[in-house]
Design a binder for this molecule. Sequence first.
Ligand code: NDP
Length: 312
Amino acid sequence: MPSHTSPTSPNSPTSPSSPDSSQPAVTVLGLGLMGTALAAALLRAGHPTTVWNRTKSKTGPLAAQGATPADTPAEAITASPLILVCLTTYDDVTELLHPHTTTLAGRTLVNVTNGTPVEARKFAAWADEHGIAYVDGGIMAVPQMIATPAGYILYSGDQQAYESHRPTLAALGGTRWTGTDPGLAALYDLSLLTGMYGMVMGMAQSFALIRSQDISAREFAPLLADWVTAMTNNLVPGTAEAIDSGEHVTDVASLAVNQAAFPNLLATFADQGVRTELFEPMRQLLDRSIAEGHADDGLSRLAELLRAVPEA
Ligand code: NDP
């Protein structure tokens, strides 16, 4: 697993702090909910922090905490050797930074905007062409988790730049290096988000079903949380083991038994007046697993069946 360091500062309420001139300076471009949390964490750790945002009024609260607001992106970039950018999309980052290649040259750009591995690699190639050290980042936290033990950021790309700025980046929470392929942080990020969305969608369906009987969501919540946690702890390691070894035959619960029981879910959704659109594709996948001869395998086989190009 990639290396991991613990966060170095708590996400406590902010108070005005004077920057520590012995700490490296940082610039944060983009002060939405996340960029603001990142800049506030850097300020709490004592870093002289320059901030810029398209809508200037968002610099106010950070200036009150000791940040230096910049009037233009160029002024903000010039202020620090390390530039952190956190906008909505990579297209926004492209629009913002492409006119500033000369100013960025010789600096390190850490882009924690959510994007795809393809976008990250494209951005890294552009940075390389212009002498900018590029590190891509994937934030595994909501703003409230920044600089707490619960949050961390995945990094990939220019390893030398990452290592030299790692003490600064640690002010934002845990740091996890994923590799020199700049697309890897986004790949890890999106793989983790995929698991989260699967869970969130399953939770939505679960609450819709229990509520169809007028049982309160609050009453049901502890049961659901305990069940999902127990299943996650139980299934994730075993599934990974089966996938890596290619040994999918199970003595826990076969695809045949899951495929036989799954229609009970869909029938009950229909009986209780709950829509089936989320779960129909899952039934089709289970049906395919049996049709393709995997009746004795466990659920781990599904990861193979979901690959667009089967492994040779
Ligand atoms: P917000 O919507 O709160 O902020 C978006 C920011 O992007 C604002 O500062 C906005 O400026 C700026 N922006 C958008 N388009 C442009 C542009 N064309 N030029 C300049 N600035 C632009 O989003 P978040 O802060 O929540 O999210 C930022 C990134 O962090 C996203 O990629 C998101 O996926 C990622 N992320 C967010 C998490 C979260 O929990 N919030 C969790 C993990 C990742 P302006 O204020 O002027 O509109």
